[in-house]
Design a protein around this ligand. Structure first.
Ligand code: ADP
Length: 161
């Protein structure tokens, strides 16, 4: 039987911390769906389509990683694709409260679907998409934090502003 999990997020943009979680999730499951939230309530820096193509570019051609946009509830995505595990990354204690709320909300909607947390690698524990965007915005070097495709996209965006 093929084991499947979904790793949902905004990925605005994908960072090395996210990549680390995807790689570690791959050691535990056969197929990882990486879903990019297309949530009109948030005001993303990159459009959902741009975020999807950045994630796709960064993970490369890999039969075990499926990148998709997700507009609705992640629970509905899970039901549609017969997935019973949601993966989230945990950095510091500060992530815990929100992640705990989210996991319990999802469990209340459907108790057949579990959330599992993978601890970030210590070297990425401070890293967030917001930090990367802020750094890029002020002309800082994001090379240590993101893949080269993401750096290029951030540079391009800055030149056009
Ligand atoms: P969201 O807006 O849904 O929180 P993000 O794209 O910011 O989406 O993050 C997706 C998931 O990846 C979340 O569980 C988040 O805690 C986790 N994550 C973000 N940055 C890192 C990192 N540096 N290391 C490990 N996990 C991370």
């Amino acid at each position: 039987m093929t084991t499947k999990a979904v790793y949902p997020g905004s990925f605005d943009p994908i960072t090395n911390g996210h990549i680390d979680i995807i790689q570690r999730a791959k050691e535990k499951f056969d197929v990882i769906y990486v879903t990019i939230s297309d949530n009109s309530l948030k005001n993303p820096f990159f459009s959902a389509d741009e975020r999807v193509s950045l994630v796709q570019d960064v993970v490369g051609q890999d039969d075990r990683i499926i990148v998709k946009k997700c507009k609705g509830l992640i629970i509905d995505f899970c039901l549609e694709h017969q997935i019973d595990t949601i993966i989230r990354g945990l950095r510091a204690v500060s992530d815990f409260e929100f992640e705990f709320q989210l996991a319990l909300t999802n469990r209340t909607i459907n108790d057949q679907i579990d959330t599992i947390f993978l601890m970030t690698d210590a070297k990425y524990s401070f890293l967030s998409s917001s930090l990367v965007k802020e750094l890029a915005n002020f002309g800082g070097d994001v090379t240590p934090f993101v893949a080269k495709q993401v750096k290029k996209a951030l540079d391009k965006r800055r030149q056009h502003e």
